[in-house]
Design a protein around this ligand. Sequence first.
Ligand code: FES
Ligand code: FES
Length: 154
Amino acid sequence: MAERFSLSVNGQPREVVAEPDTPLLYALRNDLDLKGTRFGCGSGECGACFVLIDGRALASCDTPLWACAGKSIVTVEGLGEAGKLHRLQEAFIAEQAAQCGYCSSGIIVAAAALLAENSRPSETEVRAALDRNLCRCGSHNRIVRAVLRAASAS
Ligand code: FES
Ligand code: FES
């Protein structure tokens, strides 16, 4: 049976009426019109749907709404400020770190979680932090360069 869920999304209080087991990803895209978070595998394997939940990069396809109550959710849309991209987004553009871009939002979210914990990661640490994110276009080296560029801009 559908229930009403009060969520904190990108710093704003939002409400969703849905079944408790509805994946957070569906609520973000279909109810809250936040299309930046992507559906890839739907089973927690690819990272395309990552969002920050209380600061941790987690698969929103694999997180039910009932588990999100009272937590802070940040999507790729919430990383920057009005009229100003997040430094990771600027670095991805500068390094042209995508081909199709389908993986980008999940990877940028995972990188944001890394930089919040470790503002000057090594290349090895960047690669380890992005290990759960797949990129089918083979943009990995550019992606790592972009994260290191963003780190050096902090
Ligand atoms: S769509 Fe969620 S991990 Fe792949
Ligand atoms: S740029 Fe296409 S999947 Fe990564």
